[in-house]
Design a protein around this ligand. Structure first.
Ligand SMILES: [Ca+2]
Length: 332
C-alpha cells in the first residue's frame, strides 16, 4: 500500500513536470506566432504604404498631364493635394516646377558674358543672404562644375569667399575628386565644400519642429538655364532684384501671375515700375515659358505606422503632355 502511494506520487510529479515543460512550449509557440503575425502585419503595412506612395506619384503625373493643356501658374503645381485614402492606406503629394529654380549647372557657361556670369552668381549670393549663409558655397558650386582646377574667388564680393577644387577634397578624411562637370542630381550638392544637410534640407525650426526650407527648394540641376517667372517661388523672385523685390512684392507678383500668367518678361518691368537699365540686369536670366519642363514630385504613402516616400523628377513631353522620362527616382 505504501509502495503504491509512493508510485502514484512519483507519477504525479512526472506529470506536473511534463505539463510545466509543455506549458513553456505552448507559451513559446504562442509568443513566436504572435511575433510572426506582427511582422507579417507590419510587412503588409509597408507594402501598402509603398504602393500608396507610388499611387501618389501616378496621380501627380496624371494631374501634370491634365494641367499641361491649360494656362497654369506655379501655384497650381505647388499647392499640396489633400490626402487621398486607399483602403486603410493614404497618400499625399506635392509638385514643384523645376524651371522656377536657379540652375546650378549653368552658372559659368562659356557663351555667357562676364556680366551674365556675375549676375548668375549674384542670384546665389542673394539666396545665401536670405538664409544667412556664408558666401563660400557659391564659388565652391562654381568650382564643382567648371572644368578647371583653379580655386574661384569672386573678387566683386567684399565678404570672404573661396571655392574648392581637388586640393581641398583630396585632404578630406574620405577623399574624393571635384566633379569638374554637371551635377547629376541635386543631392550631389552635399559633396560640395560648405554644404551641410542643415543648409541643404533646412534646419529644424525650434518651436514647431517643422523644417525651415533649405537651399534644395530653390536650386535645380534640370532643364534650361533661365528662371521661369511664372513658376519661380517668392524667394527666387526676391533674389532677382532684391532692392526692388522684397517678400511682399514677391507675393504680389505671384498673386498677379495667378490671375494672368506673364506672357513676356517685359511685363515684370511694368509691374515693378523699374527702368530699362535695371531690367537689363535680369532680362537675360528669366523667361516666361521653358522649352524643357521638369517637375519634382514628392509622394508620401502611409499605412498605420508605416511610411514610404517617393522623390522623383520627371520631364514632361510638351507635345503629348505625358511623361517623357523619369530623370530621378528615389524611394525610401
Ligand atoms: Ca573645377
Amino acid at each position: 500500500m505504501k509502495e503504491d502511494s509512493r508510485k502514484k506520487g512519483f507519477i504525479l510529479v512526472i506529470l506536473l513536470v511534463i505539463i510545466a515543460v509543455l506549458s513553456v512550449f505552448v507559451m513559446e509557440y504562442h509568443y513566436s506566432t504572435k511575433i510572426e503575425a506582427k511582422i507579417t502585419e507590419r510587412y503588409q503595412d509597408r507594402v501598402k504604404a509603398r504602393y500608396a506612395a507610388k499611387a501618389g506619384f501616378n496621380t501627380a503625373a496624371a494631374l501634370l498631364k491634365h494641367e499641361m493643356d491649360i494656362n497654369f501658374t506655379a501655384e497650381d503645381w505647388a499647392r499640396d493635394a489633400e490626402p487621398l485614402k486607399l483602403d486603410d492606406a493614404s497618400f499625399v503629394f506635392e509638385i514643384k516646377a523645376e524651371d522656377g529654380k536657379i540652375n546650378i549647372n549653368h552658372l559659368t557657361r562659356e557663351e555667357y558674358s562676364p556680366e551674365v556670369r556675375r549676375r548668375k552668381a549674384e542670384l546665389l549670393l542673394e539666396l545665401c543672404d536670405l538664409f544667412d549663409l556664408e558666401y563660400g558655397i557659391v564659388p565652391a558650386i562654381i568650382d564643382w562644375v567648371d572644368e578647371d582646377d583653379e580655386v574661384t574667388v569672386l573678387d566683386y564680393v567684399e565678404k570672404d569667399n573661396t571655392g574648392a577644387e581637388d586640393n581641398y577634397y583630396q585632404k578630406l578624411e574620405t577623399p574624393y575628386h571635384a566633379k569638374n562637370g554637371f551635377f547629376d542630381v541635386i543631392t550631389e550638392v552635399l559633396l560640395v565644400k560648405g554644404a551641410t544637410p542643415e543648409i541643404f534640407f533646412g534646419a529644424p525650426d525650434g518651436e514647431n519642429e517643422e523644417k525651415n526650407q533649405g537651399l534644395a527648394d530653390f536650386l535645380t540641376v534640370y532643364g534650361d538655364d533661365k528662371i521661369n517667372i511664372n513658376t519661380a517661388p517668392a524667394e527666387v523672385l526676391q533674389c532677382l532684384i532684391p532692392e526692388f523685390i522684397d517678400e511682399d512684392t514677391a507675393h504680389g507678383i505671384i498673386a498677379a501671375r495667378e490671375l494672368e500668367p506673364f506672357s513676356s518678361v517685359s511685363e515684370l518691368k511694368e509691374i515693378l515700375g523699374i527702368n530699362e537699365a535695371i531690367f537689363k540686369r535680369i532680362s537675360p536670366l528669366i523667361c516666361v515659358e521653358s522649352e524643357k519642363r521638369f517637375f519634382s514630385i514628392k509622394s508620401e504613402g502611409e499605412c498605420r505606422d508605416s511610411r514610404e516616400t517617393v522623390n522623383a523628377v520627371v520631364e514632361m513631353d510638351i507635345e503629348t503632355g505625358g511623361i517623357k522620362r523619369i530623370a530621378y527616382w528615389n524611394q525610401a
